[in-house]
Design a protein around this ligand. Structure first.
Ligand code: NAD
Length: 269
């Protein structure tokens, strides 16, 4: 991929081993980027047992030979987001690629049973967090930078019992399209990636919940998901990471405001 070597990439919600953020940063590290792993304090420091740079994802990236640093941040807190962007610039001198990946996906219940607090919690992390980070990053980014929002198939299709998550992800596409226009004069491109089911931390928990609703073993339920995907399997973090690397690279220099499906053909609009 052209244009990634030496770039500084920050991914939010990337502190869990095996998550999409981990896969994305690994792929960008391979391409020569310098990496910022960001997540909640409890994830980065193991609830105070270690420093952010001892987080397992940071350690894995460093052990793989990449230049990586850990920065604690709650994306739903304005001052925390400002401090994370400032911390990145003071450590690496710049910020070129932002991946808005942090999300909550575990509030799954019928619409009529949802509290306002639950609705607001999901929107404030998944959507407001992406807004705050986009705004703060755009203030320091140079011409040629790129912002990528990790949305979901749930950004294009409704799913039962997931009103806050689905709404937040649909909102992310609106943010992507608007930010692409607003930030184009600054030479910053903004795109979204929409994966379908990936069996990582969040996807695993969601498929376990929905399989129990249907009285199925999780493996049977996941096999049913794979069956309806034209390419015959569920997604992997590497599938999403490859799309992110492409969108962040100079190969995608004329692509902005796009919401790219990474779904094996399951989602086609
Ligand atoms: N796994 C899937 O099937 C799937 C499918 C489509 C889209 N996605 C999206 O991919 C992204 C990554 O999900 P994942 O599957 O790797 O799950 P994950 O749970 O590993 O990743 C989400 C991360 O966000 C962090 N987070 C939560 N609240 C935060 C906050 N306030 N501030 C900062 N970080 C916070 C969590 O600690 C976690 O590390 C999410 O945006 C998710 O919606 C996942």
């Amino acid at each position: 991929m052209k244009g990634l070597k030496g770039k500084v990439a920050l991914c939010t919600g990337a502190g869990r081993e095996g998550g999409l953020g981990h896969g994305i940063l690994k792929r960008l590290g391979e391409a020569g980027c310098q990496l910022v792993v960001s997540d909640l304090d409890s994830i980065m420091t193991g609830r105070g047992t270690h420093a952010p740079n001892d987080n397992p994802v940071v350690c894995d990236l460093i052990n793989s030979g990449y230049n990586a640093v850990g920065i604690t941040c709650d994306v739903s807190h304005e001052t925390s987001v400002g401090a994370a962007v400032e911390g990145t610039v003071s450590h690496f001198g710049r910020l070129d690629i932002l991946i808005n990946n942090a999300a909550i996906g575990d509030i799954i219940k019928p619409l009529t049973e949802l509290s306002l607090e639950e609705w607001q919690r999901v929107i404030s992390v998944n959507l407001t967090g992406a807004f705050l980070f986009t705004r703060e990053a755009a203030r320091v980014m140079d011409h040629g930078s790129s912002i990528i929002n990790i949305a979901s198939q749930a950004a294009k299709t409704g799913f039962r019992q997931m009103a806050p998550y689905v709404s937040s992800k649909h909102g992310m596409i609106g943010l992507t399209r608007t930010a692409a226009i607003d930030l184009a004069p600054k030479g910053i491109r903004v795109n979204a990636v929409c994966p379908n089911h990936v069996t990582t931390t969040m996807g695993k928990a969601q498929s376990e919940y929905f399989s129990s609703l249907r009285g199925l073993e999780p493996e049977v339920y996941r096999a049913q998901i794979a069956e309806r995907v034209p390419l015959g399997r569920v997604g992997t973090p590497e599938d999403t990471a490859a799309a992110v690397a492409f969108l962040a690279s100079d190969e995608a220099a004329f692509i902005t405001g796009e919401a790219l499906n990474v779904s094996g053909g399951e989602e086609t609009h």
